[in-house]
Write a protein that binds this ligand. Sequence first.
Ligand code: FPP
Length: 255
Amino acid sequence: MGLSMTDEGNTLPQHVAIIMDGNGRWAKAQGLSRVEGHRKGAGRVRDVVEWASDAGVKQVSLYAFSTENWKRPKSEVTALMTLMATLLPLEIKRMNERGARLLTLGDTSKLPWIARKALDKTCKATENNSNIDVILCLNYGGHQEILEGVKQFCASFHDDISKTEALKHLNEDMFRSLLGRDHILPVDLLIRTGGERRISNFHLWDAAYAELYFTDRLWPEYNKTDFHAALDDFASRERRFGRTSEQLKGEIEDE
Ligand code: FPP
């Protein structure tokens, strides 16, 4: 279920989701501005795509801007958007060489025009790549995503009969479609850097069975060894999806 095997025979997550936390604290410790922390963090985004694609991971999603991040100082929001607008198109060549396709999750229509333009350009230029998907989550919130799915569902009713029919057919697969997540794999491994232990409204629907991995490392200092430690930890977990350990080991037959 959502797993493939590495060369060593370990289980490898297909979709790794990352909450990149700690840019501000890292910057403060260096006597730099928060924006410099985000700039340094953007470099780690490039690295993690490389490490993940080398490892054989199929999708990496990155929590780059949440629906709550609008509450940050206006200057920081503007700087983050400008950073993305500037850096993304510069990555196109490297992404194409790697076979990386850029996708987004979240309501990008509310982002400033310069960020939308850079995203559109980079998504379009990488749309035929198939080694790894880099999913930037922007103006993304798990609650908002689920509410949007409910709104889509309700919008499909025309009368009481269609409502009754729709309710009869509503299931988890259909709801994932309504969330617009058909092309996104369920999250296998969710990593959060920066020492906090919460998921902060990230991937609420599709992280239902994700393995959670927390590290104190601040995102600008996240390195390849850290990433592989998370993959190794994932490989050591027993993912039961509601079954018993004995069932998984084939010690008892499924009835
Ligand atoms: C959380 O750290 C980080 C963010 C809200 C922004 C993450 C954005 C990037 C890494 C840049 C992405 C750029 C591209 C080109 C994709 P924080 O600021 O909350 O850190 P703190 O908890 O230490 O204050």
